[in-house]
Ligand binder design. Structure first.
Ligand SMILES: O=C(O)CCC(=O)C(=O)O
Length: 257
């Protein structure tokens, strides 16, 4: 198996995205796909995550640090087949492949439920700063993130903020801002309906924002990286026998497992 065959098996073809979609992604560093999940699927995702959160309640609730005030569930690949959709959807993979045109693999598949009052983060790119030494020009992309909206994202419930075009430079948010938790003058909010997926490059500055409502706000992130870069979770080591049996050869290649 190689990348081209895996993508072919997963029905990811170059012409899936329009020229306009590709240009938007190139210029702004993100692209939204409404209605990737039906409302019925959103509901089933949320029910599955709620039952996993109950099982993992001792370690899933994050009190402090980067993910404070959230419930984070890791390694969803091995938790329920329902989440296969997040790593196999052809349109979303076509967008990831546009950002990472060479070989890429899944870095991690996690959920993040932002509880009332929680979730505010400092503005950041996804790629680890020390690895940026290897990034010589803005068109070098090392990773690509996809966020799956499992509630309507609104300004009130902490819709992700993003700085369009920030991936086109080689600088960091800290080069421009003294306080990374404050708003950036060019940031916009990724508001949208549940079932939308937003793809953004790993170099596009973004962050979670405080949820000021009384209800939690959920999402899943399927994060991909260049195949020569480290994964957040070693998918080969994590792969469970049942998962391996279930997944197609193309999907296993995407996990590098
Ligand atoms: O949940 C969000 O709005 C974004 C989270 C994020 O950027 C992160 O966890 O790195």
């Amino acid at each position: 198996m190689d990348m081209a065959r895996a993508l072919d098996q997963l029905e990811v073809h170059d012409n899936i995205l329009s020229r306009e979609e590709k240009s938007f992604l190139d210029e702004k560093g993100y692209l939204a796909f409404p209605d990737v999940l039906s409302q019925n699927q959103v509901q089933r995702f949320n029910e599955t995550l709620a039952s996993l959160a109950k099982k993992e309640s001792d370690k899933a609730f994050v009190k402090e640090g980067f993910h404070h005030g959230t419930i984070v569930l890791l390694d969803l690949v091995n938790k329920d087949p329902i989440f296969d959709k997040c790593i196999t959807d052809p349109r979303i993979l076509a967008a990831v492949h546009h950002v990472l045109p060479k070989d890429f693999r899944l870095s991690s598949l996690c959920s993040r439920e932002v509880l009332p009052g929680g979730g505010h983060q400092e503005l950041h790119p996804d790629w680890h700063p020390t690895w940026w030494r290897d990034r010589k020009k803005p068109s070098d992309h090392f990773s690509c993130n996809t966020i799956w909206l499992l509630n309507d994202f609104t300004s009130e419930n902490g819709a992700t903020r993003i700085v369009p075009g920030s991936h086109l430079g080689l600088s960091f948010p800290e080069d421009e801002m003294n306080d990374l938790s404050k708003p950036h003058p060019n940031e916009i909010r990724l508001t949208g309906s549940a079932g939308t997926v937003v793809v953004f490059t790993g170099h596009t500055w973004h962050s979670g924002v405080k949820n000021t409502t009384k209800k939690s706000r959920g999402s899943i992130t399927a994060y991909f990286c260049r195949r020569d870069q480290p994964q957040q979770l070693n998918q080969r080591e994590a792969l469970q026998p049942d998962t391996s049996k279930r997944l197609s050869a193309g999907t296993r290649f995407l996990l590098d497992a």
